[in-house]
Design a binder for this molecule. Structure first.
Ligand code: FAD
Length: 599
């Protein structure tokens, strides 16, 4: 890359700009960079900011599509096998089942089994007893099931690993960089205008943002449900049909296997064990705007109620939070499907030269996370052809960073005696990078107890992500457990203080805390309500975050503090003991009535 003219900040020339840092964009930039092209990825939020950070985390076996969409089903099983090989540290091989209740159709069960076999998806019929032996919390009336290789995948880790590999191969990765215009010269796309939130480079709160023009020989629109908006900037129609779905996170793993209801289609038919939690989903409802749609309480209630028919323990379980994602569905013009559940899950390349007489840009729309690598391979082949660049794709064969050599992990576990749950969790997240990361900080205490995240992991993520604690959260899972950041947000933020000034740290902490709060608004009952109250008390009252003198532009009036019963010298409460005793009682009463034992 070499500098061109300057707007507010330097401008540069690349071979390819990939817009969108979801699974598709991250897969594309990795593929292009490995083929020796000079690639830049720009993403308006964090990596996974869009749909990729708002999905179930199911690595499809293809069983779900085996009756309705066999092409997608075949692609899923093919990529399911590939990802288990190349992304071992992002995949948990949980296995899955399609379970049949008495009212579910026998004929559909048969069709599902035939479909799986026709698509080369390993499928085994088991009776209800065996299903419950494998998953003891399954409902008593589950009659039988088809066991398939559905697994759980961590979308955050997967995207970060793709982006990291791309960077190792020379790509530039810019997050918090929104494309605000597509540059067109002499009838061809020549680049994009980007507004950096703070930066370019690592995100640092309170650092001013800049505008940059990035020019390239080719632009890939991988903005998923936003593809129409980017199309508009270039003056072309990209007819995505965004469809929203709700997901609800339960506090523990009521099941260790992916449980699907074996019926044609319907809302609330899947439970995915994910890390320390279970994710219930989902719905399928078309929306106008991928960022502005109603998030309704009844949708959450329906998840819990309907899925309790499969796993009754869900009814009484603690709900942590809910979130919504938007599918980037696409169907070719003129198809006109009414029901979004009938729109194909396949992916499409829209070459704007062929379609719209606008050379220099192709959009990739539709698809699934499970098939992201295959999608990336198709569009990278296409771009290479356009640029007359002769290079083979190797992304199906070369493991992602962190997944290179799992025997290293086992040896490492033995060498360092890392058999504790915290050690094991670190190993799962970091994969073969664990050795380097965990040894980098000494001492290395646990910062987030719910998810077993140590200081070394947090510091490693800060090194990569700047002051952006949400990016740290996505990389480490810190603050994603039962307390939703109540106990660990300030500890995570304090790790920033070595590098960043106090106002930056405060902004970063506030942002993380707000983000955690967002998803809890739909889960405020029972124990999670108590937790939210406790979190509020900790942050607002004990730490005074809602009346923080540092945020008020005023000095602290120390004379307003109670000097104690003997202002002449005794420490507060040392006189007759009344003050400290009251404080201690109050504190204990809080804990007894609260949720301490629950987290
Ligand atoms: C409810 C639900 C559940 C799902 N569950 C599964 C599942 O279990 N398994 C599975 O395989 N698939 C699942 N999917 C589908 C899967 O999540 C998506 O197909 C996939 O994540 C899409 O990835 P993407 O990269 O194409 O889009 P996205 O992840 O949305 O990425 C597009 C990115 O472009 C960025 N962007 C937009 N505009 C701009 C701009 N102007 N400048 C810069 N950046 C921009 C966005 O911020 C976004 O990050 C699910 C989808 C939904 C909605």
């Amino acid at each position: 890359m070499y500098p061109l003219q300057t707007t507010n900040v330097m401008s540069e020339q690349a071979d390819v700009i990939v817009v969108g840092g979801g699974s598709t964009g991250c897969g594309v930039v990795r593929d292009l960079a490995r083929r020796g092209l000079d690639a830049v990825l720009v993403e308006k939020g964090n990596l996974t900011h869009g749909t990729t950070g708002r999905m179930h985390g199911l690595l499809h076996s293809g069983g779900r599509y085996a009756v309705s969409d066999r092409k997608s089903a075949r692609e899923c099983i093919e990529e399911n096998r590939v990802l288990r090989e190349i992304a071992g540290h992002c995949v948990e091989e949980t296995g899955g089942m399609f379970v049949k209740r008495p009212e579910d159709s026998e004929e559909y069960f048969r069709e599902k089994l035939e479909g799986c076999r026709a698509c080369d998806i390993p499928a085994e019929v088991i009776d209800g007893e065996e299903a419950r032996r494998r998953e003891p919390y399954l409902a008593r009336d589950v009659e039988k099931a088809i066991a398939v290789p559905d697994h759980a995948v961590d979308p955050f880790r997967l995207c970060v690993a793709n982006a990291a590999d791309a960077r190792e191969h020379g790509a530039r990765i810019e997050t918090h960089a929104e494309v605000t215009d597509v540059l067109i010269e002499d009838g061809r796309v020549t680049g994009v205008e980007v507004e950096h939130d703070t930066g370019p480079g690592k995100r640092v709160h309170q650092q001013p943002g800049t505008t940059e023009e990035i020019r390239a020989r080719y632009v890939v629109n991988a903005t998923g449900a936003w593809a129409g908006q980017l199309g508009e900037m270039a003056g072309v129609d990209v007819e995505v049909r965004p469809s929203k779905g709700v997901m609800t996170v339960m506090n523990v793993r009521q099941v260790d296997t992916v449980i699907n209801r074996c019926r044609p289609k319907g809302d609330a038919d899947i439970v995915v064990p994910h890390e320390t939690a279970c994710i219930l989903g989902t719905t399928d409802e078309e929306v106008e705007d991928p960022e502005d749609y109603p998030e309704e309480e009844w949708e959450v209630d329906m998840m819990i109620e309907t899925l309790s028919e499969l796993v009754p323990a869900l009814k009484d379980a603690r709900t942590l939070r809910s979130f919504w994602g938007v599918r980037p569905l696409y169907e070719p013009p003129g198809t006109g499907t009414d029901d979004p559940t009938d729109i194909t899950r396949d992916y499409f390349l829209l070459d704007h030269d062929e379609r719209d007489d606008l050379p220099g840009m192709t959009s990739i729309v539709g698809g699934k996370l499970t098939t992201y690598r295959m999608m990336a391979e198709s569009i990278s082949d296409h771009v290479c052809e356009k640029l007359d660049h002769d290079a083979e794709c190797d992304t199906a064969d070369v493991p992602l960073p962190g997944s290179e050599d799992f025997s290293v992990l086992r040896e490492y576990m033995d060498e360092f005696g890392l058999r504790s749950p915290v050690g094991r969790r670190s190993m799962q997240r970091l994969g073969s990078k664990a050795d380097d990361v965990l040894k980098s900080v000494d001492p290395n205490p646990v910062v987030c107890e719910c998810e077993g995240v140590t200081r070394a992991e947090v510091r490693h993520a800060i090194d990569e992500a700047g002051s952006d604690l949400n990016a740290v959260r996505l990389r480490t899972r810190a603050s994603m457990g039962n307390c939703q950041g109540g106990f660990c947000t300030h500890r995570i933020a304090s790790e920033l203080t070595q590098e960043y000034p106090e106002p930056v740290v405060r902004d970063a902490e506030d942002e993380l805390y707000q983000e955690r709060w967002k998803g809890q608004r739909h889960a405020l009952w029972g124990r999670q309500l108590s937790q939210a109250m406790l979190n509020h008390l900790l942050h607002a009252t004990t730490m005074n975050r809602d009346g923080d003198p540092a945020g008020l532009d005023a000095g602290v009036d120390f004379s307003a503090f109670d000097a104690g019963s003997d202002a002449a010298g005794d420490p507060p409460g040392a006189g007759d003991g009344t003050d400290s005793a009251a404080a201690a009682d109050g504190g204990r009463a809080e804990t007894d009535g609260g949720v301490d034992g629950d987290r």
